[in-house]
Design a protein around this ligand. Structure first.
Ligand code: IOT
Ligand code: MG
Length: 535
């Protein structure tokens, strides 16, 4: 499928590449079985073969990239040839990065200075420390080093990057479903990565990492960011003014012509809308179903910020039907997170491509927003620290969530500088005067209507009714209330096996059939247990 790119949106939306000592000659475009690659992208765009990008003297590299447009694909291919870097996604705060890199005037005036070229320049200038300068939303492969490619992720691992290594060579892709491990010789232990459950030999590169593959089986790992463990003693009013400044910069660096904020009417997306609207006129979009909506709250923000606002009414059944697409896009098996994403996937499916979306997603992780009932700052700080320690990739922010429909998404709260600040703040600034997420509410109090700045959190899965609609569907099938979370996880795992491991088109997966087979299997299992117990 070809889609037209929004001006300024990232040229590369996905890639799959392979190389190694035993990369055989390839005929035509079918790479199946060679280097373990299958161009099975869910990411929409122009599929473009990657040929003749082999670094001088290096082993052969072949594969595919998904360009936003045919022109974008050609631009990206030229960048790989020029700089040896294949990059999916984008860098932020580019001007400051360029200042730090101190490129020559000749380098700077090069009209072809893409983000891939900038990553290459950072590497050439400072080696792996140069990679520590990058604040962006990207996954990249750097070719042309002596003995193997370097696999690079952003600080949050927000663009997933998968790798598989076997005797024949290595393969790397932005979607796990594109890798085909040949189990017999697949390497099972790769430093800097973690095995992807329910696949054979597929590993995901950790976030904030640069992993250099050496001679196939060995890796060198450089960590490019760690979440701050300390807490600052800055005064509350300094926290709020600094937060407003870094969030404003994070929003500003993400704005593109005609971009849209997905707006719930809560303080997170409300703040993005209010700050962004001070730079340019924005579009805002709110979705709701017959079960639940947040239209009134969103309208208050949109009117205050003067956005071009739309409401999207979707049947709850359509939101639920987006389950296979959601699992295929995020490539995760955690049903709770899948439920957060469902309404957003349904929304993005209903919008004509291409659009660039800014979200308020992720604010609740460093602010502890999902724990608004915790009233003790010490417990809150421990909870936030524990949750952040667990996050080493954030597939829920994968560009494929939106990219399947030709859109680009970006999440200002997980800008590296916003995250650095939020994580450093003492919990007493997050829970203050009995108010949750106090520092954010205070930071944007002057930018938002008072009611929005104060508004209590309503999760996207609650505000859109997607959670209750799925629960109701399972209850109708006789699932007991306490079993609902486990059944949801089993359903998501079964879908994962189909659409990721089995590489099936999610549009062909019938949710009723999955429910039947999961519940049938559970019932058979329970019955056989009962029989065993009876004998
Ligand atoms: P929530 O914070 O409600 O929503 C995330 C974003 O989705 C919002 O900021 C907004 O941009 C968009 N959104 C939500 N509802 C709508 C709507 N009705 N119409 C249009 N856009 C909408 C869960 C949650 O409750 O989302 N996300 C948390 C926690 C993630 C936890 N993950 C983890 N620990 N790995 C978050 O931080 O966003
Ligand atoms: Mg939120």
């Amino acid at each position: 499928m070809n889609v037209r790119a929004t001006a300024g949106s990232p040229p590369v939306r996905g890639f799959a590449v392979c190389g190694g000592p035993d990369s055989r000659d390839l005929e035509g475009r079918d790479l199946a079985g060679v280097g373990g690659l299958v161009p099975a992208f869910l990411q929409a765009g122009t599929l473009h073969p990657l040929e003749d990008v082999t670094p001088a003297g290096g082993p052969r590299v072949r594969g595919w990239l998904v360009g936003a447009t045919p022109d974008a694909a050609a631009t990206a291919l030229a960048a790989v040839r020029r700089s040896g870097v294949l990059l999916c996604g984008e860098l932020y705060h580019r001007e400051r990065l360029l200042d730090t890199l101190e490129l020559t005037d000749a380098e700077l005036t090069d009209a072809e200075l893409t983000d891939a070229d900038i990553v290459a320049a950072a590497w050439q200038r400072f080696g792996s420390s140069g990679l520590r300068l990058l604040n962006g939303r990207f996954a990249a492969v750097l070719f042309g080093t002596d003995d193997g490619p370097v696999l690079i992720t952003d600080h949050a691992g927000s663009v997933p990057l998968y790798v598989s290594v076997d005797g024949a060579g290595w393969s790397v892709a932005t979607e796990a479903k594109c890798l085909r491990a040949r189990s017999a010789s697949a390497v099972t232990d790769l430093a800097g990565t973690r095995a992807v459950a329910r696949t054979v030999g597929v590993h995901q590169v950790r976030g904030a990492s640069a992993v250099r593959l050496r001679g196939g089986r060995h890796t060198d790992v450089v960590r490019t960011w760690v979440p701050p463990q300390h807490r600052s003693t800055m005064a509350p009013d300094e926290s709020t003014s600094r937060l407003r400044a870094v969030l404003d910069a994070a929003v500003a660096t993400r704005l593109r012509p005609q971009c849209t904020v997905v707006l719930s009417g809560g303080v997170d997306s409300g703040a993005v809308t209010a700050l962004g609207s001070q730079h340019q006129r924005l579009h805002t979009l709110t979705m709701g179903t017959e079960v639940s909506d947040e239209f009134a709250a969103a309208r208050v923000v949109a009117e205050h910020a003067g956005t071009d606002h739309r409401e999207l009414h979707l049947p709850a059944a359509d939101v639920l039907a987006a389950l296979p697409r959601t699992v295929a896009a995020a490539e995760i098996v955690d049903a709770e997170v899948v439920e957060y994403l469902l309404p957003l996937v349904a929304l993005m499916s209903a919008v004509p491509a291409p659009a660039t979306f800014l979200t308020g997603y992720g604010a609740d992780i460093p602010l502890g927003g999902m724990h608004r009932t915790l009233r003790d700052p010490i417990a809150l700080d421990d909870t936030i620290a524990a949750e952040i320690a667990e996050v080493d990739v954030l597939n829920e922010m994968s560009p494929v969530v939106g990219g399947f429909a030709g859109h680009w998404t970006t999440h200002p709260y997980w800008d590296r500088e916003v995250l650095d600040l939020l994580l450093q703040l003492p919990a007493s600034h997050k829970l203050r005067d009995g108010t949750d997420k106090w520092v954010l509410r205070a930071a944007v109090a002057g930018d938002l209507p008072a009611a929005t700045a104060r508004r209590a959190k309503l999760g996207v899965h609650e505000g859109s009714g997607s959670q209750s609609a799925w629960t109701a569907a399972l209850r109708e099938r006789g699932v007991a209330e306490p079993d609902v979370p486990a059944v949801k996880n089993a359903v998501v795992a079964a879908i994962f096996d189909e659409v990721v491991t089995g590489r099936r088109d999610p549009e062909g997966v019938d949710l009723d059939e999955v429910h039947d087979s999961v519940l049938g299997a559970t019932r058979t299992h329970q019955e056989s247990h009962q029989e065993v117990a009876a004998t």
